[in-house]
Design a protein around this ligand. Structure first.
Ligand code: ADP
Ligand code: MG
Length: 450
């Protein structure tokens, strides 16, 4: 429990005004976390900062509390917080509402998939803090329904995601519109050297990077394990775990939306209380899913990486990587949905026999050892499915043919091709007519190939 908290400090030591401290107290926060203890004074001093701290260590309040402290009563749109997903923007907005309950500062959420009119109304009512996703923010900006003239602070939460290729242009456009001097705050659990360099191009020269990360990138309270499992056994293994572990709430991460839907439907058919979330669902449905999750009503959430970042749901005890993420940093964020705010959690990954390298690269990035789990007695790996056997046989046969071909004629045989096909293969060039076999076929080629 003590791992993430700074017990030598209280929030009132950090220089926050009393109306803000009242909100902190109502939330039940006793001590600041380590990142809060260093980031809050830095933000209050007006500096630009990059903050890196593990998942679930209170980065939202670390930038949110000083913003609530700094904002002035009658100036709309003083702070802008950008996030990669609508769900995360909504979550931050409601945390700011709670923390700021005793202040005159209001936040509004500007995200796609929801009524623009309502969002517009909150802006007209003078919300001092805007939290949103880049697309909708740009939309409202282009329609002149919001402006950045009063902005004093800009925050990018999950900054590495915000500056990666998917969002980079939007961020450049948005930040490029903030002409006046302002404070820039970027946070994430994963910030590598390249992202830091890019981040700094938006920040003042003396920007400090404040980090509480030493040792591994993942919190100690998360128990990380993996199973070696064949693709065709994954679904049964998942069922087995859900039945025998009886977790409170589990998030199952899959690679594609299609797999998310398939697994969710399968579990639903087996009478699990399951919900799914991915980018193809309507926002209304996504909101309903998040609402049920927050009420602790859901046994299993099957999710795409839409849910990998930032979401803070108290009851999640288990994360299962049904498919290992190809990007090791995503692993850090996915498993960070459990073991938050000093609680315990379990993160188990399904690793197929050909994914050893990927697992190693995850271990290297996180600096954590992921222990192998053996199947318990109740679970037997199934036989290789017929289709897989056939595919393997076909592949072997193809391989044999390729080898025989290359022994006979070199790596590629031109025999049997029509003139048209030959011209298509060597457009405008010389066709190696008939010479292949004699000059470079047979032994000469095979020797080189060894
Ligand atoms: P991060 O952004 O670092 O992943 P969050 O800001 O989402 O983490 O916070 C994780 C959880 O910890 C939230 O439920 C939040 O309310 C809680 N929390 C934040 N600060 C404290 C604190 N000082 N004491 C107790 N709980 C806290
Ligand atoms: Mg966060």
């Amino acid at each position: 429990m003590s791992e993430i908290f700074d017990k030598t400090n209280t929030f009132s030591d950090l220089g926050l005004r009393s109306s803000v401290l009242k909100g902190v107290e109502k939330m039940g926060f006793e001590h600041p976390t380590d990142i809060q203890a260093i980031l809050i004074p830095a933000v209050l001093s007006g500096q630009d900062v990059i903050g890196q701290a593990k998942t679930g260590t209170g980065k939202t309040a670390a930038f949110g509390l000083p913003l609530l402290h700094q904002c002035e009563r009658d100036v709309p749109m003083q702070a802008l917080i950008l996030t990669p997903t609508r769900e995360l923007a909504a979550q931050i907005c409601s945390e700011l509402d709670e923390l700021g309950e005793f202040t005159p500062i209001n936040s509004t959420c500007i995200i796609g998939g929801m009524s623009m009119r309502k969002q517009q109304k909150a802006v007209e009512d003078g919300a001092q803090i805007i939290v949103g996703t880049p697309g909708r923010i740009m939309d409202l900006y282009a329609r002149k329904q919001i402006h950045f003239k009063n902005l004093k602070s800009v925050v990018l939460d999950e900054v590495d995601r915000m500056l990666d290729i998917g969002f980079r242009d939007d961020i450049r456009k948005i930040l490029g519109q903030v002409k006046q001097d302002h404070q820039t705050i970027f946070v994430s659990a994963t910030i590598d050297a390249e992202i830091e360099r890019l981040a700094r191009s938006y920040m003042k020269e003396d920007t400090k990077k404040l980090t509480t990360i030493s040792g591994s990138l993942t919190v100690e309270m998360v128990d990380q394990k993996y199973y070696t499992v064949e693709a065709w056994d994954k679904r049964r293994l998942l069922m087995h775990i859900l039945k025998h572990e009886d977790p409170e709430t589990t998030v199952v991460f899959c690679k594609t939306k299609k797999t998310v839907q398939k697994i969710a439907d399968h579990l639903r058919g087996r009478k699990f209380d399951v919900r799914e979330i991915h980018g193809d669902l309507r926002q209304k449905k996504r909101n309903r899913v998040m609402e049920s999750m927050r009420k602790g009503k859901v046994q299993v959430l099957v999710a795409s990486d839409l849910a990998a970042r930032g979401l803070d749901v108290e009851h999640i005890t288990h994360v299962i990587n049904y498919d290992l993420p190809e990007d090791p940093e995503i692993y850090v964020h996915r498993i960070g949905r459990t073991a938050r705010a000093g609680r315990r959690g379990f993160a188990w990954s399904f690793v197929t026999p050909d994914q050893g390298q990927l697992l190693t690269s995850i271990e290297i990035l996180t600096g954590a050892h992921i222990e192998k789990l053996e199947f318990d007695e109740g679970f037997e790996p199934g036989p290789v499915p017929k289709q897989v056997v056939e595919e393997r046989e076909q592949e072997e046969a193809r391989q044999r043919r390729r080898e025989q071909d290359s022994v006979r004629t070199g790596p590629r045989s031109l025999d049997g091709l029509t003139d048209d096909q030959l011209h298509a293969m060597f457009p405008g060039g010389k066709i190696p007519s008939g010479g292949g076999k004699k000059k470079s076929g047979g032994r000469l080629r095979t020797r080189r190939r060894r």
